[in-house]
Write a protein that binds this ligand. Structure first.
Ligand code: DHB
Ligand code: MG
Length: 223
């Protein structure tokens, strides 16, 4: 398909299934005005995460990589009464933008943003209740570390989603020297071989281009 054709389809599907959402649109605008990169999940994928959380009845959600809080709002809106999203963000500036967006969307009471590098913050969550859904969308170089923590901080049945597993097809290149691509490949290999996971992947072609998400469940081998 031509870029025009898939963008038109993305717009059609977004208009038809997601529709107009002032709080989410304001979050994107605030993020853009603040100079953050436009790398948040596409609306259809934000809603996909939201539905996964609802379908699974997730009460505790862990997000690695908050950015401006766009996907965080989608996840927070999926929670039942008393549910919680813990979202980790390395950049204090981004965390500030995200907090403003979460407040405007009325979900700040359900979300905790933990500032710091995820590899430092994740061990501090070990004493808390396990997470039912983990969304990994941060520095791709660290995906194997994040997956290891997803298994440790989850329970058998926990859903794990990894963003950006396609990268315009670059992830299929075994000779890639791009560190993000190599990190993504190591993460996918871990999902394919580590008995703590059972996984698949979906390619996506939307307003952000050609990419995809991996979807995994934490197995009984994790405990
Ligand atoms: C990049 C990161 C993302 O999480 C994404 O969804 C798209 C692009 C990036 O770092 O380029
Ligand atoms: Mg991403």
């Amino acid at each position: 398909p031509t870029p025009e054709a898939w963008r038109a389809l993305d717009a059609y599907l977004s208009d038809t299934l997601v529709g107009h959402d002032p709080d989410l649109e304001a979050a994107i605008e605030t993020q853009e005005d603040a100079g953050l990169p436009a790398i948040e999940v596409a609306p259809l994928n934000g809603k996909f995460l939201h539905l996964l959380a609802r379908i699974s009845g997730a009460r505790r959600v862990l997000e690695i990589g908050t950015l401006g809080g766009y996907s965080t709002i989608w996840l927070a809106r999926a929670l039942p009464e008393g549910g919680r999203v813990v979202s980790i963000e390395a950049e204090p500036y981004n965390a500030g933008i995200a907090r403003a967006n979460l407040q405007r969307a009325g979900v700040d009471d359900r979300v905790e943003i933990r500032e710091g590098r995820a590899s430092d913050v994740l061990p501090t969550l070990a004493g808390e209740e396990p997470f039912d859904l983990v969304f990994i969308d941060a520095d791709k170089e660290s995906n194997t570390i994040y997956l290891d923590w997803a298994a440790r901080l989850g329970h058998p049945g926990t859903i794990v989603v990894v963003d950006n597993i396609g990268r315009s097809g670059e992830v299929a290149d075994p000779h890639s020297t791009n560190r993000q691509v190599v990190g993504t490949q190591r993460g996918l290999e871990m999902l394919g071989t580590d008995p703590r996971f059972d996984a698949t992947a979906l390619q996506t072609l939307d307003r952000k281009g050609w990419d995809g998400v991996a979807l995994a469940i934490v197995t009984d081998a994790a405990h």
